[in-house]
Write a protein that binds this ligand. Structure first.
Ligand code: GLC
Length: 464
């Protein structure tokens, strides 16, 4: 087949028209209703046992942000006026090929994983009172109350042994005891989407939906009257498991290569963990079906990196960056025409991701505000939304197509919000007045590592 025809076919396979988006959106809304009513649904609609903060909460808490293979620990001070200061941020990799460490495989146990994470809190100065700690644990959990959550199943290719079905607070608390950190009390375990919503709504008004568009994908929202309590509660949708989106043959093939075929179908179509794999497969077929020579590197390509995707999408004619990437990574010479086609195909795949996500957002908005009467702000964290060129624009455009030009829905970047959100949850759990131990304690000179002003500035300065 000639190159232009093949390119056009591939692009059309990944293009979602408005009618399809509308259907996805309606089906998502129905799946939300069913999940919430406890009926069979691919959406777990997990209760979080926490509502929105007022912005007046104050105090100090430790936070762990466990979203994927990189875990962050920090100390957070809330000033009681929508402001926050984050100190002592540390990042640790659960995988370190140089040191031969990988805590995400079946070789490691849940105990080892949490002992390792707890170790990172050792350098934070101790206070005389118990220190509350909030932990985002970004996997589907059966939440029993704000401080107890049991892992239902791993996602994002995690396989750590002896963790599924276990109580995460217990594992983390044992890890803290193992590291002689008994003064730290784990007062909240939350999903990262919930953390992002708590952080976004602590900082600004009208934030009632949040999502992660990064390695994984998921969303949460404030259910105004939760069936369990009759009060407002944040619900972790676990949207990544939604299965109502038409799959291409590439999606079906990719699904079969994962450790959980059939599960997390939406996540495998939209999130960073899988987008590069999908693109790799499409490029291989483009070369194969048009008779272009395939180098060994291209034939064996498993996934294209997020950084390469961003650079390919940013390139302009005569597409020298793409030429360089193909030469260096795949030992492949390209013509300008081929490079332009490659960019268009990759754009179609990333645009599809943004449009699917937008369709589910529209479903959430209709669920909480069927008449579209109120303003809604969706706080989003994650590398796709932050970095993929035009991703946020595609998302906004699709939201306008679905909800109308006059809709009152805005999306904002809530960068690294979930750590702050974990601290907000920890403080909500114990009450502001009970966290008034000082950090840094008077007279201690603790260097501030980052985010001295407020992560709020970060959010508002990057509003889309
Ligand atoms: C996966 C997890 C979900 C998490 C999301 C983003 O989909 O199942 O709990 O929120 O990744 O990190």
């Amino acid at each position: 087949m000639d190159f232009q025809t093949k390119t056009a076919r591939l692009i059309s396979e990944f293009t979602l028209d408005l009618a399809t988006l509308r259907q996805i959106s309606l089906d998502f809304e129905k799946a939300m209703d069913a999940g919430l009513a406890g009926q069979k649904s691919t959406l777990k609609m997990l209760p979080s046992f926490v509502g929105l903060p007022t912005g007046g909460e104050y105090g100090s808490a430790l936070a762990i942000d466990f979203g994927g293979t990189n875990v962050r620990t920090m100390n957070v001070n809330l000033d009681g006026n929508r402001g926050a200061r984050i100190n002592n941020i540390r990042r640790i990799g659960l995988k370190n090929p140089v040191l031969g460490r990988d805590l995400t495989t079946e070789e490691s146990t849940g105990e080892e994983l949490f002992q390792f994470i707890a170790q990172e809190l050792k350098d934070i100065p101790k206070s005389t009172k118990p220190q509350p700690l909030g932990c985002t644990f970004s996997f589907p959990c059966d939440q029993i109350n704000l401080k107890s959550a049991k892992l239902i199943n791993w996602t994002k290719e995690f396989k750590t042994r002896d963790t599924v079905g276990r109580e995460i607070n217990e594992l983390l608390t044992s890890g803290l005891v193992y590291q002689s950190l008994e003064h730290i009390e784990v007062t909240a375990i939350i999903n990262d989407t919930v953390g992002t919503l708590l952080a976004g709504s602590y900082q600004s008004a009208n934030v009632d939906i949040a999502a992660i568009c990064g390695t994984g994908h998921n969303a949460c929202y404030l259910e105004p009257t939760h069936p369990l309590t009759g009060a407002p509660m944040i619900v972790n949708i676990e949207s990544g498991n939604f299965d109502g989106i038409p799959q291409t043959r590439f999606d079906k093939e990719l699904d079969l290569t994962t450790y959980n075929p059939g599960s997390q179908q939406m996540e495998k179509m939209v999130s960073g963990r899988y987008l590069g794999v999908l693109i790799g497969r499409v490029l291989q077929e483009l070369y194969r079906d048009t008779g272009l020579p395939i180098s060994a590197q291209l034939a064996e390509l498993r996934s294209i990196s997020g950084e390469d995707i961003d650079n390919i999408l940013l390139d302009v004619a005569p597409f020298e960056t793409i030429a360089k990437i193909f030469k260096e990574r795949f030992d492949t010479e390209t013509t300008a025409e081929q490079r332009q086609a490659i960019q268009k195909i990759i754009r179609a795949i990333s645009e599809r991701s943004a449009r699917i996500v937008a369709a589910t957002f529209a479903g959430i908005v209709r669920h909480i505000d069927s008449a579209g009467e109120r303003p809604h702000v969706i706080a989003i964290d994650g590398s796709l939304y932050e970095k993929i060129p035009k991703y946020s624009e595609h998302l906004q455009n699709a939201l306008r197509e679905l909800l109308g030009q006059q809709n009152q829905v805005r999306t904002i970047l809530a960068k690294d919000g979930s750590g702050l959100g974990a601290a907000v949850a920890a403080i909500l759990a114990v009450g502001s007045a009970d966290t008034n131990f000082c950090y840094p304690s008077p007279g201690t000179d603790v260097p501030e590592t980052t985010m001295s002003a407020s992560p709020l500035d970060d959010v508002s300065s990057k509003e889309q």
